[in-house]
Design a protein around this ligand. Structure first.
Ligand SMILES: [Zn+2]
Length: 393
């Protein structure tokens, strides 16, 4: 009898273990979002669990259908009803996205195009999502982020050639960090929200550029509204921006931390840079570490070299400008980190942490319009110095 009970317990334990394993393996499709523009569409597939997919192009004559299967996949209860069968996309080269079942637990997603040109695919975590960047034009774009490694030396040579060709700047996208339901960092003592300050600085920067130059400036948001990190880059890509500058305020548990730092996209090993990226990505440092291989693949195919130069120009000029008017401006330098908002940007892209909201003196300064103006001024000089370095206005 005793032996029999033990057997039952073992059986139940194994069964529970297996079913929990099975449960874990089921991936829930939570949403399919898209940001569509005439020449570019970004599709974001939200899933409950990280999985890798292998997409295929149906071998029809016109190459109009791209598909992939999500194995062990169910629709989440939060999946929008109106997207159950198909999602009609009216603009852009991606016409619609269809979803259907293939067998019991396999869900097939089909992208229907006018004609497939270039596209990139990558994964973001926390929450997990698969992102497709779909392009209409035939400009130099790596076919996917999984292309073989190009040696850094070759990349540098390519960028030099790009510089010699005088690929000038015409359009600048400025991204005021956070907005709407996402306040960013908050200083409760002084009642300052990062989202409000970044918007104000971005507007000042726009007006300075407009007044002093002929460059076109686009803000990712003009008011207090929420935009996902993936939509911000989508805006810059769709507008064919030549530069992308995301503006943020830093925050640290150590109240004495202060200063200015500028980042470009790369995987960071520096714990501080990882912490800043985790904060801005609204994720954990653990998840940032999981991003390592993704970021390493992506940076091989983006304008990292140019982004680094742009970061240097902005950091240097921002610090010089602030130092000319204020004391105790701390130059924290240029750093690299995996910021989601920079992933997939087709142009030199940087993220500037222009001051610490958690530092009392810097928070007090951030309340004043003169300090915000000087920050905008410093970034403007940084942009101009970068453009000058291209050798063409
Ligand atoms: Zn921020």
């Amino acid at each position: 009898m005793k032996k029999f009970s033990i057997c039952i317990i073992i059986f139940l334990t194994i069964n529970t273990f297996l079913s929990s394993f099975k449960q874990q393996k089921i991936v829930y499709l939570k949403d399919i979002r898209y940001y569509s523009y005439p020449d570019y569409t970004r599709v974001v597939i939200d899933l409950s669990y990280p999985i890798k997919i292998k997409e295929k192009i149906l071998p029809d004559q016109n190459k109009t259908r791209l598909y992939f299967d999500l194995k062990d996949c169910k629709l989440s209860s939060q999946y929008p009803d109106e997207k159950t069968r198909e999602i009609i996309i009216d603009s852009g080269n991606l016409k619609k996205i269809r979803t259907g079942e293939r067998g019991k637990y396999t869900r097939r997603i089909v992208f229907e195009f006018g004609h497939i040109e270039k596209y990139n695919k990558f994964y973001l975590v926390s929450p997990f999502r698969i992102v497709f960047d779909i392009f209409q034009d035939k400009t130099e774009e790596p076919s996917t982020y999984n292309t073989p490694i190009t040696s850094p030396k070759n990349l540098e040579n390519n960028y030099s050639i790009a510089r010699q060709l005088g690929l000038g700047v015409h359009r600048i996208v400025i991204d005021p960090g956070h907005g709407g339901k996402d306040p960013g960092a908050i200083n409760r003592k002084f009642n300052i929200y990062e989202k409000n300050v970044t918007l104000d600085i971005a507007k000042r920067l726009k007006s300075i550029i407009k007044k002093r130059s002929t460059y076109e400036v686009i803000l990712t948001r003009e008011n207090d509204r929420y935009i996902s990190l993936e939509e911000r880059t989508a805006i810059a890509n769709s507008k064919k921006a030549d530069l992308f500058i995301s503006i943020h305020l830093n925050s640290a548990p150590r109240k004495s931390a202060r200063g200015v730092e500028t980042f470009y996209l790369s995987f960071a090993s520096d714990p501080w840079a990882i912490r800043v990226a985790a904060q801005e990505n609204a994720t954990s440092t653990k998840n940032i570490n999981e991003m390592k291989s993704i970021i390493e693949q992506i940076v091989k195919n983006t304008k990292i070299s140019e982004s680094k130069i742009l970061s240097n120009c902005i950091q240097k000029n921002l610090v010089t400008q602030l130092k000319s008017k204020y004391r105790k401006i701390n130059n924290l330098g240029v750093k690299k980190a995996p910021f989601y908002v920079l992933v997939g940007a087709r142009m030199p892209a940087v993220l500037a942490e222009v001051s610490f909201l958690s530092n009392s003196q810097e928070a007090k300064r951030l309340k004043t319009s003169s300090y915000r103006y000087e920050i905008a001024n410093g970034i403007y000089y940084g942009i101009m110095s970068y453009i000058k370095s291209l050798g063409k206005k």
